[in-house]
Write a protein that binds this ligand. Structure first.
Ligand code: FE
Ligand code: FE
Ligand code: MG
Length: 165
């Protein structure tokens, strides 16, 4: 990492890298949870749900990319093998074993709520101490808040559609 870039980080860099790697593991698992969920989804409003799940999958992959860039900038090593994702994840992985859209939406809402907590904590940790990571976590948090909202809106639309039958 650039010398000055590292000097302005006023917290334990190793601890910060650890948190970023944990979030990195979450993002890969979230990516796959959305991606494979979109493939197996069945039920009402499938088209709309699949489009939203795929869009979110790509956002999670972009988050993984943002995190890995920062981990490397800080002189850290990103998690290098998928089996380690499970060891480090905060939010885990919800297997879409019941692929009804309702089940998928609820699993992903739970994952988004966990992600919101994770980035809120990284914001607390980096506030006034590491503006670059703070800004990155804020950008990701904005997406996660939008994700939760989008999924919740789909659930509500499904409820309305159900009443209209
Ligand atoms: Fe994400
Ligand atoms: Fe998300
Ligand atoms: Mg969306």
């Amino acid at each position: 990492m650039g010398k000055r870039g590292r000097e302005i980080v006023k917290l334990d860099v190793e601890l910060l890298i650890k948190h970023l790697n944990k979030a990195f593991a979450d993002e890969w698992l979230a990516y796959y949870q959305y991606w494979v969920g979109a493939k197996v989804a069945v039920g009402p409003m499938r088209g709309a749900v699949v489009a939203e799940l795929m869009e979110h999958a790509l956002d999670e992959l972009r988050h993984a990319d943002m995190l890995v860039e920062r981990i490397i900038q800080l002189g850290g090593t990103p998690i290098l093998k998928p089996e380690d994702w499970y060891e480090h994840t905060n939010c885990g992985y919800a297997e879409p074993s019941k692929p009804s859209v309702k089940e998928l939406l609820n699993q992903n809402i739970e994952a988004e709520q966990c992600a919101i907590d994770v980035y809120s904590k990284i914001l607390e940790l980096t506030k006034d101490k590491d503006p670059v990571t703070y800004n990155l976590a804020l950008e990701i948090l904005e997406d996660e808040v939008e994700h939760e909202e989008d999924l919740q809106a789909l659930v509500e639309d499904m409820m309305i559609a159900k009443d209209m039958y």
